[in-house]
Design a protein around this ligand. Structure first.
Ligand SMILES: [Zn+2]
Length: 319
């Protein structure tokens, strides 16, 4: 680990420790998380999904993120509106690294841009790479404005400690197809992972950013509406190499979210769910989720069939 990263680790660890000791809301939610119920569902392909019962995430899972609702509430990521007890670290003068007081991970950060501007990844993928290198004991993630971000009006990343999401390890065992390569950087596809996934790997951030630009452009062409193509992204850095998982999305919420009574499952899949940890704020959903339902929901909200094939074909032919 380089000196810089060790320094970053130390300062982030200090921030987390001091926030948990001095901020009641954070302390209580991190303590609850330690005892949170967690069970594992095994999918047909042998991959694992952890189900976490986490009532404090209700406001995120059920958040109203339409423009009208968002414009009516006070932005909770603007520095002037942060709780008095919240402290942060500055990254590259532009981002604030904050402890997320409603954690999914035992170490969970929210990283807003200082400026109040829309949640759009275009032009900021490189920021994500540098941030994941800086926070190299974390996975940095991005939820698109219609893909689970509860502040679609204020640009932010999040980060959670490594070693919690099954995809980090499953990537190494799951069969992958090489789609494109350049200067030691690759784009691979994980077909049959029940959420069709593109994986960028390599040591050259410029090439990876170019790869991302191509994927963004192709997705843009296949999705006519919205401010940006729907997607979730996870990025990690280890031993000089980035690995980035991109999940193209065709829907924000599954049919079950809108059903009434017993049929309803309050789940809004976002990056962490795609990484293999499903967050259920309600006990009945925690009890109800089984492998069949997980696979059905992934199929509804991910790319599939011809549209997935098309993306791979275009990327293959792109030079
Ligand atoms: Zn804001």
């Amino acid at each position: 680990m380089s000196q810089t990263n060790k320094d970053a680790d130390d300062s982030v660890e200090k921030l987390i420790a001091s926030q948990i000791s001095q901020w009641d809301l954070a302390r209580s939610n991190y303590m609850d998380l330690e005892n949170a119920m967690l069970r594992t569902v095994i999918l047909d392909n042998g991959c694992r999904i952890k189900i976490q019962f986490n009532p404090s995430r209700m406001r995120s899972s059920a958040a109203r993120v339409d423009k009208k609702s968002v414009s009516r509430r006070r932005c909770f990521l603007c520095s002037g509106n942060l709780p008095d007890q919240q402290r942060g670290l500055v990254f590259e003068d532009r981002y604030l690294i904050l402890v997320n007081p409603f954690p999914i991970f035992s170490r969970h950060l929210t990283i807003p841009l200082k400026e109040h501007t829309d949640q759009l990844i275009g032009g900021r993928f490189d920021d994500m790479l540098r941030l994941s290198r800086f926070l190299d004991s974390f996975i940095v993630f991005y939820n698109g404005p219609q893909c689970g971000a509860s502040a679609p009006d204020h640009f932010h990343f999040q980060a959670g400690n490594k070693g919690f999401m099954p995809i980090e390890e499953e990537y190494h065992h799951f069969s992958r197809k090489l789609i494109a390569g350049k200067e030691g950087c690759t784009i691979e596809a994980m077909d049959g992972y029940y959420r069709n996934t593109l994986v960028l790997s390599g040591k050259n951030n410029e090439v990876l950013t170019t790869f991302f630009g191509k994927i963004y452009h192709i997705l843009r062409q296949s999705q006519e509406s919205g401010d940006e193509p729907m997607m979730n992204i996870l990025a990690g850095y280890e031993d000089g190499l980035w690995r980035v998982f991109i999940f193209p999305r065709r829907a924000h919420r599954p049919r079950q979210f809108f059903e009434k009574d017993d049929g309803q499952i309050l789940i809004s899949p976002a990056s962490v769910d795609f990484g293999g940890v499903w967050i259920t704020p309600r006990r009945e959903d925690y009890d109800k989720l089984d492998s069949e339902t997980v696979m059905d929901i992934f199929a509804q909200v991910s790319y599939g069939g011809m549209e997935w094939q098309n993306i791979k074909n275009i990327l293959c032919n792109h030079k």
